[in-house]
Design a protein around this ligand. Structure first.
Ligand code: SF4
Ligand code: SF4
Length: 340
């Protein structure tokens, strides 16, 4: 990794340059909130955003996508092409950069998902530093920093960005589109000061120590029933989560009944039908069992396989859940035995 100082005033020029080669997607303001969307002009980019409604995963694992088209009569696949659009995702916070690394463990493992892989291979990541809002608890998982998973990372040090450059392509693009300058010791000191301010700004303290032990010990606790009584089974927590990856696949026939397509859509373990199998048996037919499953999967099952929890502390589920069920509250319930 090497470093450059990029004045903030040069960011529009960088975005313009990138847009001449790539589809550039970044956080933009929409209806009082922020979303990742294609930029039609550099001025639309809002690097001062706090969080986006939906996470960056939708650009790699869309909420609905056609996997292939086929004919019915002779059962032949006629199109299973992947999306190789050259993209730049500009402005991901550390939690969202880290969330993609967690998704990679699933989609790029022993049997890589070709659709996800094609988008990942063709997308550059430009990260940007942030300040926590009241829902953020990425510091509890160590996902408030990222040292991998980006091509360029811009850390705000006032008038300039302290740019960490991780890939050859990132270096070439910085060289091509911005003047910048080498870092000095003063710049690194400013970076360290800014990092300390960031660390001190968290207000949502979540004590995650010994969480897997607590989960094991509280498997039969009545907190799960109490949380289940509150849950609306709406699935919003999964939909907004940057690390939830469950999906359903179904075939859709065209009106002519001669051709069709296979479609993949996001699914949620909080939906009643999620664990229903043939003959109608449902492995998790209560809301309590589904809320419990979500937390055991994220904080225990994934951890046992990949040595990381499947949460980056982005706080999106805290905002989305009408029943106020969220990781900080569940962790507190595990610690106290009470649902506050
Ligand atoms: S579980 Fe909630 S806080 Fe954790 S990554 Fe998902 S949406 Fe963010
Ligand atoms: S935990 Fe909240 S967001 Fe998730 S399904 Fe239940 S009510 Fe909906």
């Amino acid at each position: 990794m090497f470093f450059r100082i990029i004045p903030k005033r040069e960011i529009p020029e960088l975005v313009r340059g990138l847009a001449s080669q790539f589809h550039v997607i970044g956080p933009v303001a929409k209806d009082g909130s922020f979303v990742y969307a294609p930029l039609s002009a550099p001025a639309e980019l809002r690097l001062d955003y706090d969080t986006t409604l939906l996470p960056a995963k939708e650009w790699f694992f869309p909420s609905s996508e056609t996997l292939m088209r086929f004919t019915v009569a002779d059962n032949v696949v006629i199109d299973d092409s992947v999306d190789e659009t050259k993209r730049v995702l500009f402005g991901l916070h550390p939690c969202d950069v880290n969330s993609l690394l967690l998704m990679d463990n699933v989609f790029l493992g022993d049997n890589p998902d070709p659709y996800y892989k094609a988008r990942r291979d063709n997308t550059l990541i430009v990260g940007v530093s942030c300040m926590p809002n009241e829902h953020c608890f990425c510091n509890a998982w160590g996902t408030d920093e990222t040292h991998w998973g980006f091509d360029i990372f811009l850390s705000d040090i006032g008038e300039d960005y302290y740019a960490s450059i991780r890939s050859v392509m990132g270096a070439e693009l910085v060289d091509r589109y911005v003047a910048g300058r080498p870092i000095t010791d003063d710049d690194t000191a400013a970076f360290q000061r800014r990092t300390a301010e960031f660390k001190a700004a968290f207000t949502n303290d979540v004590d995650t120590s010994q969480l897997p032990v607590l989960l094991d010990a509280k498997f039969d606790s009545d907190i799960w029933e109490k949380l289940g009584e509150k849950c609306l089974a709406c699935g919003a927590c999964s939909m907004v989560c940057p690390t939830c990856y469950c999906f359903d696949v179904h075939d859709v026939l065209e009106a002519d009944q001669l051709t069709g397509c296979r479609v993949r859509t996001w699914d949620s373990c909080q939906f009643k039908e999620f664990a229903e199998v043939a003959h109608g048996h449902n492995f998790r037919d209560t809301r309590a069992s589904r809320v419990k499953y979500r937390y055991y999967h994220k904080q225990w099952g994934y951890l046992s396989k990949f040595e990381r929890v499947l949460c980056v502390g982005c706080g999106r589920c805290t905002r989305a859940c009408k029943a106020q069920i969220n990781p900080p509250r569940v962790v507190r319930a595990l610690q106290t035995g009470l649902v506050d």
